[in-house]
Design a protein around this ligand. Structure first.
Ligand SMILES: NC(=O)c1ccc[n+]([C@@H]2O[C@H](COP(=O)([O-])OP(=O)(O)OC[C@H]3O[C@@H](n4cnc5c(N)ncnc54)[C@H](OP(=O)(O)O)[C@@H]3O)[C@@H](O)[C@H]2O)c1
Length: 314
């Protein structure tokens, strides 16, 4: 079933060789068709993730090779405009948000089971930046099996994943110490975390912030060379999880997690949307850019230096 206005070709951003951001081309490509269990979205906003530029650069081609031309983008907010034959959960015209493939496009396919309805009062740009971070936060915290009252250290707590992980953990009654740059200390405090500055001496500051309580677990989302001291802080690698330091994690016995499931995708969005419904969700958007400016979006993402998601608007 398909909206008759869906064209056979539409604008998309793709790259046909690994390289710098200029490899991203804004062209007409065939509109994908939803298969079993899938829907086609008219994309209203596509979130930009670090993985997007890492894939484009070629730095991950050994572990995550792509087929050219490759359309980046793992998350979007949009309107359901076509569905696979067996999809009952959504109707044409529904406004949804969720994980997708090839989201840097006017039209993108998503697994129907991983989507959530976008509340009318949740802006497209905020919604589009939620799915990856929410899924990752739920997955990372789930692996740590935290109990209320335990103290958790989050490295990179003001990043997209960290910001949601802080909110989910605080909601669960966990005491969160979060590392961030000077700019984001107050923002972390407002989320309910005890903020400490990242950089030299971060573990001394974290111990001081713990104020005599043991740090039970560490969620690492950012920063090089932090896992060995994290293991020492917690007293073993079992409750140290990283989403960002695969190579460092192996020799230390630390869990590196990547790639979610339908369950974590659904749970992550449900948690974020529940916070939105309660009026307490904090999910900053750094900037929005037209889809055609994907090279600028990748440069900004790679450089860092700003808080919040970058979102492309077709
Ligand atoms: N494995 C997975 O499943 C998975 C899923 C999603 C993301 N990731 C990865 O996880 C990482 C974080 O993703 P994100 O979307 O949250 O990125 P993000 O929004 O760019 O956030 C990164 C945060 O890390 C902070 N930071 C920089 N240096 C740090 C340090 N030495 N110690 C602690 N924090 C530091 C940054 O602060 P400043 O702004 O001050 O620089 C920023 O707040 C990326 O590498 C991404 O590729 C992995």
């Amino acid at each position: 079933m398909s909206d008759p206005t869906v064209p056979s070709e539409a604008k998309a951003v793709s790259f046909a060789a690994y390289g710098d951001p200029e490899e991203l081309r804004f062209t007409d490509l065939a509109v994908p068709r939803p298969g079993p269990g899938q829907v086609l979205l008219r994309v209203a906003g596509a979130g930009v993730n670090a993985l997007d530029w890492k894939l484009r650069s070629g730095m991950l081609q050994g572990v995550f090779p792509v087929t050219f031309p490759y359309v980046p983008g793992f998350e979007a907010a949009g309107t359901v405009v076509a569905k696979g034959p067996d999809v009952e959960s959504w109707q044409l015209g529904d406004e949804v948000v969720g994980l997708t493939s090839a989201a840097y496009a006017e039209y993108a396919v998503a697994e129907a089971a991983t989507l959530a309805a976008r509340p009318a009062d949740l802006p497209v740009e905020t919604a589009a930046g939620l799915p990856v971070a929410a899924e990752t936060a739920v997955r990372g915290l789930g692996l740590l099996d935290l109990k209320p009252g335990e103290t958790l250290l989050i490295h990179g707590a003001a990043g997209a994943v960290g910001t949601l992980a802080v909110q989910f953990a605080v909601e669960d009654g966990v005491r969160v110490i979060g590392t961030a740059g000077e700019r984001d200390q107050e923002a972390l405090r407002e989320l309910g975390a005890i903020p400490v500055r990242y950089g030299d001496g971060v573990f001394d500051r974290a111990r001081e912030a713990a104020a005599g309580e043991p740090v039970a677990a560490v969620l690492h989302t950012s920063g090089d060379g932090l896992l060995a001291d994290s293991v020492a802080l917690v007293g073993g690698p079992e409750r140290v999880v990283t989403i960002a330091a695969a190579q460092e994690s192996g020799p230390l016995g630390v869990t590196f997690t990547s790639g979610g499931s339908t369950d974590t995708a659904v749970a992550g969005l449900a948690r974020a949307l529940a916070l939105h419904a309660a009026g307490t969700l904090s999910a900053p958007v750094r900037t929005t850019l037209p889809l055609a400016e994907a090279p600028t979006a990748h440069r900004l993402s790679e450089q860092g230096g700003g808080r919040g998601k970058i979102v492309l608007l077709p």
